[in-house]
Structure formats: C-alpha cells, structure tokens
Ligand binder design. Structure first.
Ligand SMILES: Nc1nc2c(ncn2[C@@H]2O[C@H](COP(=O)(O)OP(=O)(O)OP(=O)(O)O)[C@@H](O)[C@H]2O)c(=O)[nH]1
Ligand SMILES: [Mg+2]
Length: 450
C-alpha cells in the first residue's frame, strides 16, 4: 500500500544517522509542539521547554515507562519556522550504540511520536517551502553520491542554482502566456506583431532547457555510475588489468590459461565516475565443465554491461576468436595488452596500447573509457534524475513547438496551449504543480530519517 505524507501535524521521529554502532548517533524529531511534547522525558523538563530556537541543551533522557535513564545526551532545539523542516524540531545527539538509539526512539514513541516514513522530514521541508523538489532530490542524491565529483554536484544542486534558473524561466513563460491570453481575449486590440517581441526571450529559455537536457546523461552517469566488464581470451591479462585499475591484487593472475572462473567485481572511481569493474573468465571453448560454466556466466555479464573492454594479448596477436567477438560487439573498447614485452606485435588500428604489468597507457585508457560511456563527455552539473530529465525534455519540446507556431503565424490558441504545457512541466519539476502521488513516489525513495 502506498503511504501518504499528507499529515504534517503529527510528531515524527527517526534515527537520522546510519544504523550500526558509531561514536554518536542523531535521533531526529519534528512536528508542531514537539519540544513541549517530549520535554517530560528530560530529567529537567523545563530546560528543554524553555530552550530558545537554535540552542543546545544537555541533559539525561528518562524513559517515561519505567523511569530509567536512556542516555546522557545533547538536544539541538529548533523552533518553527527556523529549522530544517520548517517545524519545531529536536535533533538528539546520543551515544551511538544501536541499543541507546532504539531505547530513545521507543521512549519518544511512548511520549506520543510516531516513526517517520522514508523521506518524511524532507517532505515537510518541501511543504514548508524550505526546499523545492529539485533541491529535495539533491538531498537524496547527496546521500547516494559515491564519488567526490557527484557529491560536489549534488551540493551545488542543493545550493539552488538550477532551481533558481527553472523558477525564473517558469515565471517568464507564465508572463508570456498571460500576454498571449490577453491577445486571445481582446483580438480587436491586436498588438503589432503579436508575440514576436517575446521570441528572443523564448529562444533564450529554449537554449537553457536544451543545455539542461543535454547535461542529464553526464549527471546521471556520475551519480549512478556504470558497469564495465573486462573480456578477452584466456591469458590476455584481464585480471592483471582489473587489478591495476583497483590498485590491489584482487583477482588471481597466473600464466595458466583459464585462471579466472567465477567473475569478480569491484567499485572504482574513474575520473569522478563510480564504476563497477568486472573481471570475467577468459573466453574459449573448453571441456572443463566448471570453466565452461564460468564462460557462460561471463557472456551473460558482458551482455548486461554498459561497456566491454576487450583485451587482446599483444604477444599472442589477434586470433579468429578475437575477430569474431569484435565483429559481434563493435561497441567494445579494444585494448592491446603486454606492450612492455619484446614479443608484443604492432598495435592494430583502433586498439589502445597498454601494459598491465607496468601501467603504461592506463591514463589514456581511463579517458577512453570515460569518453565511451553515455554522458561521459558531459559534466556532473545537469539534473541526474529520470523524472527530472523527462520534465526538462517535455518543457523543451513544448516551448520549441510554441516558438515554431509563432514563427509560422499559427493561431494563438495553439501557442497558448504549448506555453501552458511548458510551464506546467517546469512547475512539476520544482514541485509547484506536482500531484500528491508524484510527491509520495519521490519522497518514499529517500531513506528513513531523511
Ligand atoms: N609482460 C606482460 N605480461 C602480462 C601483462 N599482463 C598480464 N601478463 C601476464 O599474462 C599472464 C596472464 O595474466 P592474467 O591477468 O591472469 O590473464 P587473464 O586474462 O585474467 O587470464 P584468464 O583468467 O586465464 O582468462 C600472467 O602471467 C601475467 O603476469 C603485461 O602487461 N605484460
Ligand atoms: Mg583472469
């Protein structure tokens, strides 16, 4: 059943820090009057009750059910509207043992709070106008970012730069829409040139939306990452290459053919892109049942990967099997390995020369991998979410239609429809005109405590 976030009057509580033991944990509480509601749990209730907004109060929290102390803690008290959620809010900093956190949350529930749904604090901040949807989604992205670059980009989105641009565009489109409707309502006062004077502003907005749309793939790649599988015949040096990218001896390397059987994967940060790199079993036909199963699984993995690195042993040269593979997978990135060896043959056209043994060519290979991934050439500064990208694209298409209609001298009611559609899409993006269902879906993706 889908959970609704509508009731923002209830007092909600959740652990805001990750589960598990740590030095400190934060238990977050929000809702109108929540400070008074839980003051009874404080050994000296008046200290919490009388605390000013944005102040810290230290004290012992007592479980109201048995009168036993839960923890000696610090409460950061916020008063509406000056709090992250816009509501009265208390962030309890406790000792970070799971038992303490569980006991404190239970005590707060006994005092009249309920456990928060995922993303419910963020939802309240959205309702209070503390953050629009683009910023709220950036909070979620910030917690999911796996590389420094993705984190920095989410922080910039959280700073509201993109939001401000979208709000500005929307209000401009609404203004043009209003002008359009005046022309429709009072055709007798026909203004010279109709909406022609608005075309430069509309084209500027179109350019901005096109740029935002084009930047999506780059942002998505830097947030979500990609799967890159290393393939090739046995002994090509796949595991050696895999280990070099990881900077650790993770996969077993040996001169024996068919060393890797179970595929192995690991996360690496490549030029700010979180990659899952997969080492696979060398491709050959074999009578060994276990190795054959490894080859079968490797092939499945290659089909699912975003990019395949196909490694050829330069000392062995290109074999028919290599040619067959590359013919079937022309999108694979070709790697010519073992260039350090005196026996290594000349590098065929289209191959990236490397030596997994001494690392030569790896910087260029890394850049080639990035360039080959969808969005790799872009930056992290677009909107990363699929919903967001679809809305930007919808707004762009509607605005483009509106411009084309004006240029072709089409009736203004057509233009008005397209302008309305464009501004509605932008409104959904910031959340201004998003439906409750959409909001539920977005916020329920967040973690509890966010
Ligand atoms: N000279 C040289 N030898 C290499 C290089 N890369 C790998 N080798 C050697 O080639 C042999 C095979 O390396 P692996 O990394 O195990 O090859 P693989 O492709 O994973 O092989 P399988 O798991 O059997 O499919 C080992 O003896 C490595 O030391 C290289 O760049 N230069
Ligand atoms: Mg191997």
């Amino acid at each position: 059943m889908q959970q609704r976030y509508i009731d923002v009057e209830e007092l909600i509580v959740a652990q805001a820090t990750p589960p598990g033991a740590s030095a400190l944990a934060i238990v977050r509480l929000a809702g109108p009057g929540c400070v008074d509601a839980v003051a009874a749990g404080f050994q000296r209730p008046e200290r919490l009750r009388e605390a000013r907004g944005r102040s810290l109060v230290r004290g012992t929290f007592i479980d109201p059910r048995d009168g036993k102390p839960v923890d000696d803690l610090v409460a950061a008290v916020f008063r509406a509207p000056e709090s992250p959620t816009g509501q009265d809010q208390v962030d309890f900093m406790t000792h970070g043992s799971p038992a303490v956190v569980a006991a404190l949350v239970d005590a707060l529930v006994a005092l009249g709070c309920r456990r928060a749904l995922p993303g419910e604090f963020s939802f309240r901040a959205f309702v209070a106008g503390k953050a629009d949807l683009v910023e709220s989604e950036a909070i979620d992205e910030l917690s999911r970012a796996r590389t420094a670059e993705a984190r920095a980009a989410a922080l910039r989105r959280l700073g509201g730069g993109v939001s401000a641009e979208i709000w500005r565009m929307r209000s401009e489109l609404l203004e043009i829409l209003a002008a359009c409707e005046v022309l429709l309502d009072y055709p007798e006062d026909e203004v010279e040139g109709g909406l022609d004077g608005r075309l430069p502003a509309m084209r500027a907005a179109l350019d901005a939306l096109s740029a935002l749309s084009a930047a999506h793939a780059g942002a998505r790649l830097r947030l979500e990452g990609a799967r890159v599988a290393v393939a090739g015949r046995t002994n090509a040096g796949k595991s050696s290459l895999f280990n070099r990218f990881l900077r650790e001896e993770r996969s077993i390397v040996s001169g024996e053919h068919g060393t890797t059987r179970d595929w192995i994967e690991a996360s690496v940060d490549l030029e700010g892109i979180p990659l899952v790199l997969q080492d696979t079993a060398g491709l050959r036909s074999t009578t060994d049942a276990i190795e054959a199963e490894g080859v079968r699984r490797s092939r499945l993995l290659l089909d699912a990967a975003d990019l395949v690195l196909y490694v050829v042993d330069g000392t062995a040269g290109l074999a028919d099997d290599d040619r067959d593979f590359l013919e079937a997978r022309p999108d694979a990135l070709r790697v010519w390995n073992k260039t350090d060896s005196a026996e290594c043959g000349p590098v065929p056209a289209g191959f990236h020369p490397v030596s997994a043994l001494d690392g030569i060519g790896f910087q260029d290979l890394a850049l080639a991998i990035v360039a080959k991934l969808p969005g790799g050439a872009g930056s992290a500064d677009g909107l990363a979410g699929e919903r967001q990208a679809a809305l930007v694209e919808a707004a762009r298409a509607s605005l483009s239609d509106a411009i084309a209609s004006i240029e072709a001298g089409e009736p203004l009611d057509l233009v008005s429809l397209d302008l309305k559609a464009a501004s509605d899409s932008l409104g959904e993006l910031t959340g201004e005109t998003a439906s409750p269902d959409v909001l539920d879906t977005i916020f329920s993706r967040f973690c509890v405590g966010k």
